[in-house]
Design a protein around this ligand. Sequence first.
Ligand code: SF4
Ligand code: SF4
Length: 62
Amino acid sequence: MNKIVNIDEGVCVGCGVCVELCPRKILYIDGKSGKCKVTDESKCDRLRGCEKACPVSAIKII
Ligand code: SF4
Ligand code: SF4
C-alpha cells in the first residue's frame, strides 16, 4: 500500500496544530479517539507543513 500521510496515533496528542495549518483541509481530529486522521490523502500537496509543525513528530509524509 502506498500511503502518503502517515499518522502515528500512538504518538499524536490531538493538539490540532496540523489540522489548522493544512492548506488542503484533509486532516481532522477524530471525535472518538481524539487523534488526528486524514480524509482524502490523494489531495495532499506533500510539502510537509504538518510534519514540520507537529510538536511530537507524529506525522510523516512519504
Ligand atoms: S503535507 Fe500539507 S497538504 Fe499534506 S497533509 Fe500535511 S499539511 Fe496537509
Ligand atoms: S500536530 Fe501532531 S500531535 Fe497535533 S493533532 Fe496533528 S499529528 Fe496530532
